[in-house]
Design a protein around this ligand. Structure first.
Ligand SMILES: [Zn+2]
Length: 237
């Protein structure tokens, strides 16, 4: 087949290859996008786990304070019994003073425990909210992950279809023309061909010498842009 006719077919091939190129690029982005989503979710999860740990620690601290309070109360009881057994006034008043101190300590401790429990109750509520939001985010993440995987499969199918449509066209092109086309396609991000536009290469804007334009019009052989090396052609209006 004449070069001129082959170029017409190449234009059709180029249209398909452009689509394939974009689909491939989209498919290659998917793993990175998934990774980003996964990281974002993992960050959220980490924050909730940290809150949970903080609260668990708070719970333990309060338990300890409660134990301490119980000790103080028991000591008070013990001392109160001892009051009956002391022999001297001095001993009596010193024990009484000790009891007074312990009671004051215990009451301060009790106040602190109550304040901490109130605080903790609020924090627990916040944590439950956080967990609920996290669960929503997990589902969102799963949903997006599913969508991305589905899209990837869809792209595979679309590319296979396009490749099928290309086959009968490819068989019409000389192997040497095809290999030149493919080399450029690879280097030029899926665009191996460029139309003439107002005396310039449409893809790169390079002004073409009149002689080159003439050669493209004659169409006896492949003509390349002197700047971007793409195969030049005249677009069918
Ligand atoms: Zn060019």
């Amino acid at each position: 087949m004449e070069i001129k006719a082959q170029i017409r077919v190449l234009e059709e091939i180029q249209k398909l290859d452009k689509q394939i190129y974009h689909l491939n690029a989209e498919r290659e982005r998917i793993p990175r996008e998934l990774e980003r989503l996964r990281e974002r979710y993992a960050d959220e999860e980490k924050k909730v786990k940290e809150s949970e740990q903080r609260l668990r620690k708070r719970h333990l601290e309060i338990k300890e304070m409660e134990g301490e309070l119980k000790n103080k109360e028991q000591t008070v009881k013990k001392y109160q019994l001892q009051l009956y057994q002391v022999k001297t006034n001095k001993e009596y008043s010193s024990l009484e003073a000790e009891i007074g101190n312990l009671k004051a300590d215990a009451s301060a401790l009790e106040d602190r425990i109550i304040a901490c429990l109130d605080e903790l109750e609020e924090a627990d509520k916040d944590l439950q909210e956080e967990k609920k939001r996290l669960e929503e985010k997990r589902q969102e993440f799963k949903e997006k992950e599913r969508e991305k995987k589905e899209r990837s499969e869809q792209i595979n199918r679309q590319i296979r279809e396009l490749e099928e449509r290309k086959k009968p066209l490819l068989s019409q092109i000389d192997p040497s023309v095809l290999s030149q086309y493919r080399r450029i396609l690879e280097r030029k991000q899926g665009r191996a061909m460029s139309a003439l536009k107002d005396g310039a290469c449409e893809e790169c804007g390079f002004m073409l010498p009149p002689q080159v334009i003439e050669e493209v019009k004659i169409g006896k052989e492949l003509v390349f842009c002197g700047s971007c090396s793409r195969i030049l052609y005249i677009r069918n209006e």
